[in-house]
Design a protein around this ligand. Sequence first.
Ligand code: SAM
Length: 412
Amino acid sequence: MNNQKLFSVLNITDNKTLKEFAKRTNIRVPKLRYYNENSIFPHSEDLEKILEEADLSEIEFRIKMGVIDSNILDLISNNSKQISEIIQKDFNNEKEQSHSAFQPKFETKLGKLYQEDSLELIKSLPKQSVDLIFADPPFNLDKNYESKMNDKLSKEEYKKWTEEWILGCIDLLKEGGAFFLWNLPSWNTYSAEVLSKYLNFRHWIAVDIKYSLPIANRLYPAHYSLLYYVKGEKPNTFKQERIPLEICKKCGADIKDYGGYKNKLNPKGLSLPDVWKDVSPVRHKKYKTRDSNQLPVNLLERVISMSSKEGDTVFDPFGGSGTSYIVSEILNRNWIGGEIGPIDSIKERFKDIDFHREQIYKIQSKKNTLFTDEMRQIREKNEHWLPVDEEVDDKDKEEKNSSTQVDIFSIS
Ligand SMILES: C[S@@+](CC[C@H](N)C(=O)[O-])C[C@H]1O[C@@H](n2cnc3c(N)ncnc32)[C@H](O)[C@@H]1O
C-alpha cells in the first residue's frame, strides 16, 4: 500500500484497515485513496467524519498533515517560545550531523564532477560559493535510470526529497546568485512554494515542448516549467537576451502584422519573453549522446549566458549526460556537478568538446539579431522588408533608451 501522510496519520496500514475506516466514516475507498495519494486535504463533510473517527481536533489534524493556513501560522508564531522548547532538541540533532568530503571522479580545466548522491554532495560543499544553480531532477515518472534510482516515490516522499535538495542548494548560492529549476509544471508548483520562501521570484518560464501525448479530459501538456529565482534583491548578472523575429520558414514573410512599427524594432532582436518556443527536444542522433533526459544545448547556453559571467561557478546537482557541464566549460564558467549514476556518457561528451563548441558558436550566431543570415537571405530573395544599415546605427543609439523600443509582443 502506498502509505502517504493521510494514511499514516490515520493508522491505515493495509487494505483491511482501509476498508474498515471507509465503512466507519462512510467515505468511499477510492476517495480516501485520492486524498492520500494526491496529498489533498479532505474538506467539508469528509473532514468532519475523519476528525470524528480519528478523534482529532482540526488543528491537530492539520499540523499532523502539514497543511497549515495563515491562521494557524499566526498562532504558532504567537506561541513560538513554548513550541520551540518542545521541538528544539530534535531540530538540533538533525542539524548537527557531520558531512563527509568527497573526491571528484572526473575533472576538467574548469569543472569537477562527483559521482555521488547530490543530497550528500550539497552538504559537503562550501556555503555561498556558487553563482548559478541549474537543476533538472528526475520527474518521478517511474523512468528507468541507469543509476537504478527509485523514480517512483510517493508524492509526499518526492516533495520532501525536493525540498531537501532545494534548501541545500539555496545555502550554496551566493547573494545575487541565480537558481533555475526545470521540471513538469505540476511539480514546480510545489518547488515554487519552497523557493519563494527564501529567494526572489523572477520568472516562471514556459518552455514550449510537447512532452506527452494528448490525454482525454485534459489540456494537451505543451510546456515544461523553468523556474528562475535569485538570492537577494537583484541578480548579480542578468544579460538581456534577444531573439530573431518569427517569420515564415518557407517564404520568409512576417507572421505578425507589425504595422508601422517595424522600423522601430531593435535590430539586435526582440526581448526574450518568458515563453520560449525555440528550444526543441534533442532528437538528432548526432546531437543525442544518450538515450533519454538530455536537455538541448541551446537551453543551457541561454540560461548560463543570461545569468552568469565568465569565471563564475555553476552547480548542477543532476548531471545526466552533462549538458550544463559542457556548456559551462565552453562558456568559461567553473562548474561543479553531481551524478548518482554512471558518468561515462559525461566523460565521453567532453572528448567531443569541439563538436559542442561548434554547436554553441552556431547558436550564438543566431541570437541578439533581428534577422539571422539565413533569414536575411530568404527575405531578400522574396523581397520582404529588412532594416537598412542606417537604421541599424540609429537603433544602436536607441538601445540606450529602451523605452523607445517597441515590444513586439504588445502588438497584435
Ligand atoms: C533528468 S536527468 C538530468 C539530465 C541532464 N540535465 C542532461 O541534460 O543530460 C536527472 C539525472 O539525475 C540523476 N540523479 C537522480 N537522483 C540523484 C541524486 N540524488 N544525486 C545525483 N544525481 C541524481 C539521475 O541519475 C539522472 O541522470
